[in-house]
Design a protein around this ligand. Structure first.
Ligand SMILES: [Zn+2]
Length: 459
C-alpha cells in the first residue's frame, strides 16, 4: 500500500476511538452513498427518457397514424429475385380510393411500390404487381429493418391512411438469400410478426429484415437443367442424342456463370445422370426436387426441339404473366453470338425467339380426358397455367404448379405449393434435323450468350 493512503487509514483507525469522530465519519459515508444513488438515478431517468423519445420518434416514423384495421394478405411469395403480395381491405367504396400504394419504410428510407387493385362489394382486392417477376426486388434492398404498409388516399380527406398487413393465408414466413455479388450475399427475412410499441400495444405487421449473410452450402444462385438424361435420350439425329448435347452445354454454361461470380448447381452431371427417366422428375432427387432444394433464383433448362415438324431456329420459353426482358435478352444474344436464327414457329410466339406456352382450351380438355381415363380428379388448370412442366413446377404458387400425386403415373412434387419459386426459362436451342450442325459447332457460343444475358439482368 502507498504511503499516503496507509497514513490516512492509520489516522482513521486511531480517531475511531473518538465518539464524535465516529459519528461524523458514519454520517459522511451515508451522505456519500446517498449522493451517488441520486446521481445514478438521475442519469438512468435521463437516459431512459432520451431512449423513449428516440423510440417514440422511430415508431412514429415507421407506423405513424395507423388505421385500426389491417389489410389481410391472402397470398405472398418470392419468384426469382422479386417479392409479391396480394390481399384485401374491407369497407372501401369503389369511388373513394385513389393513389393506393405499398409503402416500405425503415428508419432511414421510404420506398413506394405500385399496386393493381379493384373494388368489389366494398372490398379492395390488391396485388403488388400483375407480372410475377416484378414488384419488390429483394436484391435492391439495403441492410436495414423495414415494415411494409398499405397506403390509401381517400377522396374525402387530404391525409393518406395507412394499414398494416396481416397474414390471412396458410403460407409460412420466407427466408431469402440474394444473388451473389462480389462474393457477398444478404439474407432477407420476410416475417409476419407482432411489434410491441412503447405504449405496450401489439401491432400485427409485415417486417422485412435485411442483413449480411454467408450463403448456406445448399443455397445456389442459378440451377442449370440439362434436358432429359439416363434412360430418356430426348430427340436423336445423325448419331447424336439430345441428352448428351444438353449436358455438354450445361457444363460449359456452369463454368461461364461461375467465372462471373455466381454459385451454380446442375440438376444432373456425370455422377447422377444415369438415374434419370422420362417419369421420375418429381421423385426425391428427380430434376424438379433437385432444382427446388437448391433454392436458386433462376433456372435454365436446355433442350433441342423435335425435327419432325421441319421447322428451324431458336425458341426461349418464358413463364406466363412475366416481364419478358430477360427472355428477350437471352434470345437476342444467342442470335448475335451464334449461327442460330429466330425460330419460324408462330405458335405461342410473343416476340422474335420468345415464347409463352400456357394451357389453352384444347389442352385443358385433353388433360381432363386423361384424368377421366386414369380415374383421378382433374387438376385445376386455367389458361394462365404454364404447359412446360419445368417452368411450372419449380415456380410454386407463382406459376400454378400442381403435381400433387393424384396422377399416379408420377410422384408428388413436394414443392408444388411453395411460396418460394424459381424463375425458370426453357431454351429450345434449335430443331434437331435442321439445326444439329449449328448447335454442335456453337456449344460455347450458346453458353457464353446465356451467361452474358444473365449477368446483364443482374448487374
Ligand atoms: Zn427436350
Amino acid at each position: 500500500m502507498p504511503k499516503k493512503p496507509k497514513k490516512i487509514l492509520k489516522n482513521i483507525l486511531k480517531n475511531f476511538k473518538n465518539r464524535y469522530f465516529r459519528r461524523r465519519f458514519i454520517l459522511f459515508i451515508f451522505c456519500a452513498i446517498f449522493l451517488i444513488a441520486i446521481l445514478y438515478g438521475g442519469f438512468k431517468i435521463a437516459s431512459n427518457l432520451s431512449a423513449n423519445a428516440a423510440r417514440r420518434e422511430y415508431e412514429n416514423k415507421i407506423f405513424g397514424t395507423l388505421q385500426e384495421k389491417s389489410a389481410e394478405i391472402t397470398e405472398f411469395y418470392t419468384y426469382g429475385t422479386h417479392f409479391q403480395i396480394s390481399g384485401t381491405l374491407d369497407a372501401i367504396s369503389a369511388d373513394n380510393f385513389e393513389n393506393a400504394k405499398l409503402v416500405l419504410v425503415s428508419e432511414n428510407t421510404e420506398k413506394e411500390f405500385a399496386i393493381e387493385g379493384n373494388v368489389q362489394d366494398n372490398k379492395l382486392m390488391f396485388s403488388s404487381a400483375g407480372l410475377i417477376n416484378s414488384g419488390i426486388n429483394l436484391d435492391e434492398l439495403g441492410i436495414d429493418t423495414y415494415y411494409l404498409k398499405l397506403r390509401l388516399k381517400l377522396n374525402n380527406s387530404t391525409e393518406p391512411k395507412y394499414y398494416t398487413l396481416v397474414n390471412s393465408s396458410s403460407y409460412p414466413n420466407i427466408e431469402y438469400y440474394t444473388v451473389t455479388k462480389n462474393g457477398k450475399n444478404n439474407k432477407v427475412k420476410i416475417d409476419f410478426t407482432e411489434y410491441q410499441t412503447i405504449e405496450e400495444k401489439n401491432l400485427s405487421c409485415l417486417k422485412i429484415q435485411v442483413e449480411e449473410a454467408t450463403l448456406p452450402d445448399n443455397v445456389y444462385d442459378i440451377v442449370i437443367d440439362a434436358g432429359h438424361g439416363g434412360k430418356d435420350s430426348g430427340v436423336k439425329a445423325g448419331g447424336y442424342e439430345e441428352k448428351n448435347i444438353t449436358l455438354d452445354i450445361s457444363k460449359i454454361l456452369k463454368t461461364e456463370l461461375e467465372q462471373r461470380g455466381y454459385k451454380v448447381k446442375l440438376t444432373r452431371d456425370d455422377e447422377n445422370t444415369e438415374d434419370f427417366t422420362a417419369t421420375n422428375m418429381y421423385d426425391e432427387n428427380g430434376r424438379i426436387d433437385i432444382a427446388c432444394k437448391s433454392e436458386a433464383k433462376l433456372m435454365i433448362s436446355l433442350h433441342i426441339n423435335d425435327g419432325s415438324s421441319k421447322m428451324s431456329g431458336l425458341e426461349v420459353y418464358a413463364p406466363c404473366k412475366s416481364d419478358l426482358t430477360l427472355a428477350r435478352t437471352m434470345a437476342n444474344k444467342l442470335i448475335e453470338n451464334t449461327y442460330i436464327e429466330f425460330s419460324n414457329n408462330t405458335s405461342f410466339k410473343e416476340t422474335d425467339g420468345v415464347y409463352v406456352k400456357n394451357f389453352n382450351a384444347n389442352m385443358i380438355k385433353d388433360a381432363e380426358e386423361t384424368a377421366k381415363e386414369k380415374n383421378y380428379e382433374p387438376y385445376p388448370l386455367t389458361e394462365d397455367t404454364p404447359y412446360l412442366y419445368t417452368i411450372r413446377e419449380v415456380g410454386g404458387i407463382a406459376t400454378n404448379a400442381y403435381v400433387d400425386g393424384r396422377n399416379t403415373a408420377y410422384a408428388k412434387n413436394v414443392h408444388y405449393n411453395s411460396n418460394q419459386g424459381i424463375e425458370c426459362y426453357q431454351i429450345e436451342m434449335g430443331y434437331i434435323d435442321t439445326d444439329l450442325q449449328k448447335i454442335i459447332e456453337e456449344e460455347e457460343g450458346y453458353a457464353y450468350s446465356i451467361a452474358e444475358a444473365i449477368a446483364e439482368a443482374w448487374k
